[in-house]
Write a protein that binds this ligand. Structure first.
Ligand SMILES: O=C(O)CCC(=O)C(=O)O
Ligand SMILES: [Fe+2]
Length: 221
């Protein structure tokens, strides 16, 4: 049997090349879109966990968290489940931790922690143009998204459109194909999910900076 280096989870996880590519993209343009950047074994951990979930456990997504949470079906109508950092997902959260360290080391982003949820968009669902973080009002610094869908076609809709700061200029449209990785600076890129015409499965996550000071303690999630 021939050894394939890219199939080796250990090498793939610790291979610096993908982190180099991501850092370079974020440094040069503030966003990056990569196919199969997440090591196959790490992605499989996530996908298997997602596939075990029952659709009934997903609940209406809202705007904001905790006390600020409001359902708003005019803005978005996907359904979500937040992930717990438990042993079953250790490979995933380990990889995220390595990514965080590599980005901090190369770009001094000061990323501190990470939160993520699965989303299901049913046919007709969308998420209107929004930013994930308002300057100075959120500790979300870097957005990541990946997908679980196979064989996505342009006519399936559901593209993630990333806009320039004017909210009009389309920078890129990402089709939600399995193990496509999207990362962008949360404050800098308005984006939207176009109406999907088939079930659309994704994971969205945010790397946060620690805004706690002596006067202000960030509330626990
Ligand atoms: O699913 C996507 O492509 C992006 C989702 C998104 O923008 C969000 O959850 O904030
Ligand atoms: Fe978003």
């Amino acid at each position: 049997m021939e050894l394939s280096l890219s199939e080796s989870p250990l090498l793939a996880t610790h291979h610096p090349c993908v982190f180099e590519t991501i850092s370079r993209g974020l440094w040069q343009q503030g966003y990056v879109v990569l196919e199969n950047a997440i090591p196959p074994s790490v992605f499989a951990t996530l996908e298997n966990n997602f596939l075990k979930l029952n659709e009934n456990t997903f609940s209406e997504a809202g705007i904001g968290r905790g006390r600020d949470h409001t359902a708003n079906n005019f803005v978005r109508n996907d359904k979500i489940v937040w992930l717990e950092n438990d042993s079953e997902l250790a490979d995933w959260f380990d990889w995220i931790d390595t990514l965080k360290q590599e980005l901090n080391r190369r770009l001094f982003l000061g990323l501190f922690d990470f939160e993520c949820h699965y989303s299901i968009y049913k046919p007709g669902d969308f998420y209107k143009t929004h930013v994930d973080a308002f300057r100075g009002r959120s500790n979300r610094k870097l957005t990541m998204v990946t997908y679980f869908n196979r064989g996505w076609q342009p006519q399936d809709g559901g593209g993630l459109v990333i806009y320039g700061a004017d909210k009009v200029t389309r920078i890129t449209t990402v089709y939600p194909e399995r193990n496509t990785l999207v990362l962008f600076l949360s404050e800098d890129f308005p984006h939207e999910v176009l109406t999907t015409h088939r079930d659309r499965y994704s994971l969205a996550g945010w790397f946060r900076v620690n805004n706690s000071t002596a006067e202000h303690i960030d509330p626990p999630l």
